[in-house]
Design a binder for this molecule. Sequence first.
Ligand SMILES: O=C([C@H](O)CO)[C@H](O)[C@H](O)COP(=O)(O)O
Length: 213
Amino acid sequence: MAKPLIQMALDSLDFDQTVGLATLVAPYVDIFEIGTPCIKYNGLNLVKELRARFPEKLLLVDLKTMDAGEYEATPFYAAGADICTVLGVSGLATCAGVIKAANAYGAEAQIDLINVEDKVACARATADMGAHIMGIHTGLDAQAAGHTPFADLNDIARLGLNVRISVAGGIKPSTVQDVVRAGANIIVVGAAIYGAASPADAAREIRELVDAV
Ligand SMILES: O=C([C@H](O)CO)[C@H](O)[C@H](O)COP(=O)(O)O
């Protein structure tokens, strides 16, 4: 299996803070995620800024698209996104639109399974349509209610679909190696890095733990 990638979730609303945090953690991560609140607040200009500053990094725009998939995602791919997310709950037509937009730019579409009732069925159907990445995701509100992504990760990993698997939802140093062992290809970390006293040290620790598995 290829080495798992580490994705830094940039969830601040502030443009300059986001660029600053990206700069601090850049040596230790593979993908910058512009989180949903951040992309809604800052828009395409932030995609262009991060693309220009970090041409070697993958850039995920967490659009969580719910309708008009191709129309909404296209300008973000055009601005340099490597991956855009679309909600599994949006339905197959919207997912197909984002996949089409991704393919037009040689990029990737990630299906976010957040709040999908039958995650296995959704993962199978969207993988069949050509989705590139399946996102197992326990959102910030669900985390606050005590939920974690680990059971869902096991359910999706055992399907053996022809997609990469991304996992997000409160991943921290004490859980990151279990996530890798359970079959994640992309490990998303937000608060455990940006909430640490030293985000660079926290990112380095995550990198070392992932590389040690
Ligand atoms: O996607 C996220 C959330 O829905 C807000 O957009 C987070 O970036 C994701 O949950 C990762 O952050 P942590 O859970 O803090 O690691």
